[in-house]
Design a protein around this ligand. Structure first.
Ligand code: AMP
Length: 288
């Protein structure tokens, strides 16, 4: 079956009609093994798989990297064909936000913590575009990465609150051999920054080791995590927080499970990573 590349909303709507269970993977392109793992999961669980590639201007701040964000569409299309998926939707900005477009979708309370603090408006941009993409694709299972755990929590909230006919699936973080979480933004790192970046994973593992030993205190775990990141001269911490997975509120201690989330700058590049922790078990799957 050929891989269709669609530019128009109407084409996607026509393609999914009558195709059985639809799996949907929204991305911004510059695909890597993390994105492909979402597509493979969608392939395994559905009859028809659609991915989207859209560098969404509304989720970039005025001083962020919208213009320079990589857009290797031909290469991305070839990678999608290896999965294989059935359709790739790569709309223009005008197709998604035609003149007169005026609607924002906003999930209150969850978008102003963690990454939302240093990226005001970012998650409103994400929910606005993902809501529209869900309306384009229709009933589906939608695949997101735990890498962007706050995004996954916010979208799951939006889907529940608004009765979208969508099942949200959150898949594990895919990493480089040295532990760095794969990200389209890793290409911005200088060799020295790239060499330093795995400190985030080492810090999360230090937190997970404490949890495995039975430690529940957020203060103790976050102090250890900070200590590891601060051992790098290159990393500058944005936040280290232990939060409830569903509410994203700070968890003073881990009850059954909590999300340990970190963000740090390496030069001009901001990287994020996270792990779900459970006392006695250490690191556990996001949806366990
Ligand atoms: P992006 O293209 O960065 O917007 O990401 C598209 C989707 O891929 C999101 O659901 C991300 O969470 C997911 N994703 C990004 N990096 C990874 C990774 N290293 N492992 C798993 N999923 C990822």
């Amino acid at each position: 079956m050929p891989l269709f590349l669609f530019r128009a909303i109407a084409e996607v709507r026509a393609a999914v009609r009558g195709c059985g269970r639809v799996g949907f993977v929204p991305t911004m392109g510059a695909l890597h093994a993390g994105h492909l793992s979402l597509m493979r999961a969608a392939r395994a669980e559905n009859d028809f798989v659609v991915a989207s590639i859209f560098v969404n201007p509304r989720q970039f701040g005025p001083h962020e990297d919208f213009e320079k964000y990589p857009r290797p569409l031909a290469r991305d299309r070839d990678l999608c064909a290896t999965v294989p998926i059935d359709a790739l939707f790569a709309p223009t900005v005008e197709e998604m936000y035609p003149p007169g477009y005026a609607t924002t979708v906003s999930v209150a309370g969850l978008q102003d913590t963690l990454c939302g603090r240093s990226r005001p408006g970012h998650f409103d941009g994400v929910t606005t575009v993902v809501a529209k993409l869900f309306h384009v694709v229709g009933p589906c299972a939608a695949y997101f990465g735990q890498k962007d755990a706050q995004q996954a929590t916010i979208i799951a909230r939006m889907v529940a609150d608004q009765c979208f006919p969508v099942t949200v699936r959150v898949m594990p973080i895919v990493r480089e051999a040295d532990g760095l979480a794969m990200s389209s933004r890793n290409v911005y790192l200088t060799p020295a920054e790239r060499a330093a970046a795995p400190v985030l994973r080492r810090a999360l593992l230090a937190g997970a080791a404490l949890a495995r030993e039975g430690e529940r205190s957020s203060e103790t775990i976050c102090r250890a995590v900070r200590g590891v990141i601060e051992s790098s001269e290159t990393a500058r911490i944005d936040y280290v927080q232990l939060v409830n997975v569903d509410t994203l509120r700070e968890a003073p201690s881990i009850e059954r499970k909590a999300l340990l989330a970190v963000a740090a700058r390496f030069g001009a590049t901001r990287l994020i990573d996270n792990a779900c922790l459970s006392p006695g078990a250490g690191e556990v799957p996001y949806d366990a």
